[in-house]
Design a binder for this molecule. Structure first.
Ligand SMILES: N[C@@H](CCC(=O)N[C@@H](CS)C(=O)NCC(=O)O)C(=O)O
Length: 440
């Protein structure tokens, strides 16, 4: 067993922030294991199958898997004063529920007006305002557990729309929050850490062992010569696609001819045809070649001239493959800078689709509907209604979908009247489908 406790944590998670602040305040040294929530390490899942952060494994093997338990384990006695229990209960209950429905309204079926939930939070903040008018902190003039337990959530609420938050009549809450956020205790807890790599998976000797589908970016290695690219591409087809069952000659031809490396900066070319996804700009990824081939092959029931809407242009590589397949492609990207980059590359290789749009993929593209198929390279919670409305009867929707428990499954749906026939194609990992447009 490790000499120090081990903390599985995620930088921005408010529960994890409160735990880190308490540990630091108590002066407890621990091993920091930064977790990416869509790629939780098996070591963490083994000791805490519920899969939430923070998780603290103590030196004696005991596991604390609730942020409050971690706080209680390490808090000094003088922190456990006043009505902290009731305050945490309201925070983790009503406050958090309404915060999520306001901040992530598109993830909830029951949210019609996010402002309703913003107001619910505001009502709670009005009570905080009164308290913080009487003392500097929640339970007196010193920082205690209650402040640390609540502040990360109030911060998340404030950050959702800072301009709005600043003009609310909450001078004492604002003063309290600013003081905590400016403290060394907070800023040191917010230092950035690389994702923790499990020693078990760091040197996986056989990347072809299984068709494990992952969108976790890998780092580019050394530069390869452009002359080697067609050879690397051919090997990619022979070693990654054919053995895993890609068999449609059109897909094999499109994958054999589309210059994937040109969608990456030159320093990443040597990695372009390797069996893993790669990071591109704006926190997005270019999928593993096999995934692009598999998603393309799922469209094989379509006529070659079918009209296909792609959600998530990204760098444009999947778009180019769809164009090479002969489809009339309308591709939508919410991040304007990515779309512009894709347009440039696709233009240079003469693979521009019929439409390259900057827009909210969740809304589809009513102007171009109906489509024979919709293919999404971002993971939805459920199939947006707009997509169902915009495919023809018998049309296909191919998308990763996140199920309860957080796992993503690649699905192919076929529209039959008002129903969708489902085919489940197994576990995948994609970036989340987000609404709205990023024009920056
Ligand atoms: N009650 C838990 C809640 C922790 C929690 O929900 N953490 C979020 C991140 S902020 C999480 O790990 N979510 C995992 C997921 O949604 O898959 C605690 O207090 O520790």
């Amino acid at each position: 067993m490790s000499a120090q406790p081990i903390l599985y944590t995620f930088r921005r998670c408010p529960y994890a922030i409160r735990a880190r602040m308490a540990l630091r305040y108590a002066g407890i040294e621990y091993e920091h294991r930064e977790v990416i929530l869509r790629d939780r390490p098996s070591e963490m899942m083994a000791i805490s199958p519920k899969g939430t952060v923070p998780v603290l494994q103590l030196s004696n093997g005991e596991v604390l898997e609730e942020s409050l338990d971690i706080m209680l384990w390490c808090s000094p006695e003088e922190w456990l004063v006043g009505d902290w229990k009731e305050l945490v209960e309201v925070n983790d209950g009503k406050f958090k529920d309404n915060l999520d429905r306001y901040k992530y309204s598109n993830r909830f079926d029951d949210v019609e007006k996010p402002e309703v939930h913003r107001n619910e939070v505001l009502n709670i903040l009005a009570q905080y305002e009164q308290r913080l008018g009487k003392s500097l902190f929640f339970c007196g003039d010193e920082l205690t557990l209650a402040d640390v337990a609540l502040a990360p959530f109030v911060r998340q609420f404030a950050n959702t729309d800072m301009a709005w938050f600043k003009v609310q009549n909450l001078p004492n809450v604002q003063r309290w929050l600013e003081e905590i956020l400016a403290s060394e205790l907070f800023t040191e807890c917010m230092e950035k850490h690389e994702q923790w790599q499990s020693p078990m998976t760091q040197d996986d000797p056989n990347p072809l062992a299984e068709a494990i589908i992952s969108d976790q970016p890998a780092q580019p290695a050394k530069l390869a010569e452009p002359a080697e690219m067609s050879k690397a591409r051919q090997e990619m087809v022979e070693q990654q696609l054919l053995p895993r069952g890609i068999s449609d000659p059109r897909v094999i031809s499109a994958m054999s001819t589309t210059p994937r490396h040109l969608f990456l900066p030159q320093e990443a070319w040597s990695e372009a045809y390797r069996d893993h996804p790669l990071a591109i700009e704006s926190g997005q990824t270019i999928s593993q070649p096999f995934i692009v081939a598999m998603m393309s092959e799922l469209l094989s029931p379509l006529q070659a001239s079918a009209k296909v809407m792609e959600i998530g242009t990204g760098c444009g590589y999947q778009t180019a493959v769809l164009v090479a397949l002969g489809y009339e492609v309308h591709s939508i990207e919410r991040i304007a800078s990515l779309s512009h980059g894709a347009r440039k590359t696709l233009g240079e290789i003469d693979s521009l689709p019929s439409e390259l749009l900057v827009g909210d993929g969740m809304m589809g593209n009513p102007a171009g509907a109906p489509y024979d198929a919709i293919i999404s390279t971002a993971c939805a919670r459920r199939v947006p209604k707009a997509w169902i409305d915009q495919v023809v009867e018998g049309g296909l929707i191919i998308t990763p979908v996140k199920r309860f428990g957080g796992k993503q499954y690649l699905m192919r749906y076929t529209k039959r009247g008002s129903n969708l026939l489902k085919e489940d194609l197994g576990l995948v990992r994609f970036v989340p489908l987000l609404s709205g447009v990023d024009e920056s």
